[in-house]
Design a protein around this ligand. Structure first.
Ligand code: NAD
Ligand code: DAU
Length: 341
C-alpha cells in the first residue's frame, strides 16, 4: 500500500482521516472530492502543502475522471468516504443519494477493477442494520445482523455494500467493508446533531430535539473511526465486514443536556419538535470482531471527546458560521419549518 485515493476527503470524517494518515504513516494521499455543500477545503489548510498530499476535484460518478486519477497517481488503494450522508436530506429528496452513494460506488468499483488495485475499502454505516429494540439492551448490531433499511440514506448505503460484496464474490475484487456508529468531533457539518446543538446553544437559539428525545445513538470520536479504518486496511481479511463502535449509547436528549451544561447554558433552550419520519429508535454496535481479530480499540472516552469537540467549535466559530450561511439556510428552513410544534 503506497498511494491511497481517499474519496470524500474534504468532508468531516474524510478530512480527519487524511490528517490522521499523513501524521502516522508515509503513504501518499490523493484526496478526490466533488466539493458538495459538505466538502470544504478549509478543513485541510494545515496539510494542504504536505509533500505526500494532493487534492483532485472530481465526482466519483465521473468514470473518465476516476480512471485518469487512478492512472495519474498509480493508485493501489481506495478508501471511499464520498457520499451524501445526512438522513434528513435524504427524506427531503433521495436522488442525489442514489446517484452518489450507489452509482458512484459502482463507478469506483468498475474502474478500479478494470485497472487493478490492491484494496478497496467501503466506508459504510451501522444504519444499514435498521433499528434495535429500546428495551433489550443486550441486543447489538453484529456483522451478521440482517440488512434492514429504513431511510433513503441507509437504503443507498446498503445498496452500495451489496454491490461491493457482489464484486468480491463474482470478480474476486479485493473489497473490505466497515460499518461504524455515529461519529462526532471537529469539522462535522452543523446539520448533524452534536455540532448543530453546539452552534444553536452558542447562539442562544432553540435546540430542536426530534420526537421525545429518547432515540439512542452509539457515539464514537472521529479519530477512533480513522484508526479503525487503518487497522482494517492493514490487517482486515478481504471480503469481510467489520463493525466499528465504542459501546457508548446515549439518549439524544442527554447529549443535548450535556452540551448545554458544558457551555454553561440552561435547558430552557431545548424545544421538542415533530419527529423525523421513519426515525430509527436505537443503534448500538457490537465491535467484538474488530477488537478480537484486529486488536483495535477506541482511544477516546466520551467525556474527553465531547469536551474537546465543544472546545473546537467554540474556538472555530468562523468555520461553522461560514458553512452555516448560504445554501445551508435554505435547507434548514425546509427541514425544520414543518417540524416546529
Ligand atoms: P460528509 O457529508 O461530511 O462528507 C462527504 C464528502 O463526500 C464531502 O466532502 C463531499 O464533498 C464528498 N462527496 C459527496 N458526493 C461526492 C461525489 N459524487 N464525488 C466525490 N465526492 C463527493 O460525510 P461524513 O460524515 O464525513 O461521512 C463520510 C462517510 O462515512 C460516508 O460514506 C458516510 O456514509 C459514512 N459514515 C458516516 C458516519 C457519521 O457519523 N458521520 C458514521 C458512519 C459512516
Ligand atoms: O449511525 C451512523 C450514521 O450517523 C451515519 O451513517 C450518518 O451519516 C450520520 O449522519 C448519522 O446519522 P443519524 O441520523 O444518527 O445522525 P444525526 O446527527 O442526523 O442525528 C442523530 C440523532 O439526533 C437522531 O436520532 C436524530 C436526532 N436529531 C438530529 C437533528 C439533526 C434531533 O433530535 N434533532 C436534530 O435537529
Amino acid at each position: 500500500m503506497k498511494n491511497i485515493l481517499v474519496t470524500g476527503g474534504a468532508g468531516f470524517i474524510g478530512s480527519n482521516f487524511v490528517k490522521y494518515v499523513l501524521k502516522k504513516y508515509d503513504y501518499t494521499i490523493i484526496n478526490y472530492d466533488k466539493l458538495t455543500y459538505a466538502g470544504n477545503l478549509e478543513n485541510l489548510t494545515d496539510i494542504e502543502r504536505h509533500p505526500n498530499y494532493k487534492f483532485v476535484k472530481g465526482d466519483i460518478c465521473d468514470k473518465d475522471m476516476v480512471e485518469k486519477t487512478l492512472k495519474d497517481y498509480s493508485i493501489d488503494t481506495i478508501v471511499n468516504f464520498a457520499a451524501e450522508s445526512h438522513v434528513d436530506r435524504s427524506i427531503l429528496g433521495s436522488r442525489e443519494f442514489i446517484v452518489t452513494n450507489i452509482l458512484g460506488t459502482q463507478t469506483l468499483l468498475d474502474v478500479a477493477k478494470s485497472i487493478g488495485i490492491e484494496k478497496y475499502l467501503q466506508v459504510s454505516t451501522d444504519e444499514v442494520y435498521g433499528s434495535l429494540p429500546e428495551d433489550k439492551k443486550e441486543i447489538l448490531f453484529t456483522e451478521k445482523t440482517p440488512i434492514t433499511t429504513n431511510s433513503p440514506y441507509s437504503a443507498s448505503k446498503a445498496s452500495a455494500d451489496l454491490l461491493c460484496n457482489s464484486y468480491y464474490h463474482t470478480h474476486k475484487f479485493p473489497v473490505l467493508i466497515t460499518r461504524c456508529s455515529n461519529n462526532y468531533g471537529p469539522y462535522q457539518f452543523p446539520e448533524k446533531l452534536i455540532p448543530l446543538m453546539i452552534a444553536k446553544a452558542l447562539d442562544g437559539q432553540k435546540l430542536p430535539v426530534y420526537g421525545d428525545g429518547k432515540n439512542v445513538r452509539d457515539w464514537l470520536y472521529v479519530e477512533d473511526h480513522c484508526s479503525a479504518i487503518c487497522e482494517v486496511l492493514h490487517k482486515g481479511k478481504i471480503g469481510e465486514v467489520y463493525n466499528i463502535g465504542g459501546n457508548n449509547e446515549w439518549y439524544n436528549i442527554d447529549i443535548v443536556k450535556i452540551i448545554l451544561k458544558l457551555l454553561g447554558k440552561t435547558e430552557e433552550q431545548i424545544t421538542y419538535v415533530k419527529d423525523r419520519p421513519g426515525h430509527d429508535r436505537r443503534y448500538a454496535i457490537d465491535s467484538t470482531k474488530i477488537q478480537t481479530e484486529l486488536g483495535w480499540k477506541p482511544a477516546y472516552q466520551f467525556e474527553g471527546g465531547i469536551e474537546a469537540t465543544i472546545k473546537w467549535y467554540v474556538e472555530n466559530e468562523n468555520w461553522w458560521r461560514k458553512v452555516m450561511s448560504g445554501e445551508y439556510q435554505k435547507y434548514y428552513e425546509k427541514n425544520y419549518s414543518t417540524k416546529m410544534v
